[in-house]
Design a protein around this ligand. Structure first.
Ligand SMILES: *Cc1c(COP(=O)(O)O)cnc(C)c1O
Length: 340
């Protein structure tokens, strides 16, 4: 029985066609700048987002950290959402390794952080305070697309206040496909962007950080210091190029699948959820059902982390047929439950 893994879009395996381009990739030592495939990926990505330069990174976490360290020095501060990956899910790396103070602000329901609160959090030039340098946003966040109006307004304020703007665009292309805006249009509001190739785009490893030549030069020093200088990384970069060429438009299918699944789950009276905008949904499961539902799904080859707020993610390796199996599994659990 095929396992259906709904935990994350990081679980995708490279397709046969992707493996073929990886096997055939021309490579060199990228620490010397010699890997033609890495160079091609970096040029392609910089071009796609409309920035001067790009740097291939082993992970999104390292990519965001290098960006934060390139924008901020020791004792500087970045303003960030309380639920943002760079603040909440990266081991506190900015503080631990960058000596950068985060100034978290509570995200509201649409994933944004209120502009009035951003403005109020910027510190005056006074030796009591850390030096505010950067605003970091995330798009998509929790599967939600950040409104363009909002990004424009934050960007306008950042310019007035001489602050940098970083985008954690781990799922930038989910936002691109959903909002029908180009990567360039979305990234125009930012000085740097980190894009994950290893999420819905389906590459096995890697992220790309983009920004100005100056910012990327700084980030490259940090990447080396953090142990992220890779050698014949063209094998991985080839997967990234393939993903950008072949796996962007198909994200619409993941979004459609998520909507279909969410609609079916919402019809089960016991579960409540918001309709997903992209490929991620959060399902409220009654606490008394958690253990039994977890076992029920596992027994049917469905891998999910069931909790009071269960995150379900659709991706390249979840087919339309798989969805029917998932829907049947939830439905049969609640049929039995309902008649008990
Ligand atoms: C996954 C993710 C990252 C980090 O990527 P890794 O490659 O797992 O380190 C950063 N930001 C967001 C929003 C993510 O979803």
């Amino acid at each position: 029985m095929k396992k259906i893994d709904l935990r994350s879009d990081t679980v995708t395996r490279p397709t046969a066609a992707m493996r073929a381009v990886m096997a055939a990739a021309e490579v060199g030592d990228d620490v010397f700048g010699d890997d033609p495939t890495v160079n091609a990926l970096q040029e392609k990505m910089a071009d796609l987002v409309g920035m001067e330069a790009a740097l291939f990174m082993p992970s999104g976490t390292q990519s965001n950290l290098c960006a934060l360290m390139a924008h901020c020095a020791r004792g500087d501060e970045y303003i960030v959402g309380q639920n943002a990956h760079t603040y909440k899910y990266e081991g506190g790396g900015a503080a631990v390794l960058g000596s950068i103070q985060p100034q978290p602000i509570e995200n509201i329901e649409d994933g944004t952080i209120p502009i009035a609160k951003i403005k109020a959090a910027v510190k005056p030039d006074d030796s009591h305070f850390a030096i505010t340098k950067l605003i970091a946003l995330e798009n998509t966040i929790g599967g939600m697309v950040i409104p363009e109006r909002y990004m424009a307004e934050v960007s306008r304020f950042a310019k007035e206040a001489s602050l940098g703007m970083h985008l954690d665009g781990a799922r930038l292309y989910n936002a691109v496909v959903k909002s029908r805006r180009s990567a360039k249009e979305i990234c125009a509001y930012f000085d740097s962007v980190s894009v994950c190739l290893s999420k819905g785009l389906g590459a096995p490893v890697g992220s790309v950080l983009c920004g100005s030549n100056t910012l990327i030069r700084r980030a490259k020093r940090h990447r080396k210091m953090l142990g992220g200088g890779m050698r014949q990384a063209g094998i991985l970069a080839a997967a990234g190029i393939y993903a950008l060429d072949h796996h962007v438009e198909r994200l619409a299918q993941d979004h459609e699948n998520a909507t279909k699944l969410a609609t079916a789950l919402a019809n089960i009276g016991a579960l409540s959820l918001q309709m997903p905008q992209t490929n991620i949904m959060f399902v409220d499961v009654p606490v008394g059902d958690i253990a039994a539902l977890q076992a029920h799904l596992n027994a049917r080859g469905i891998v999910a982390i069931v909790g009071a707020r269960t995150r379900i993610v659709t991706h390249l390796d979840v087919t339309v047929q798989d969805l029917d199996r998932v829907i049947d599994a939830f439905a049969s659990f609640y049929r039995v439950r309902g008649s008990a």
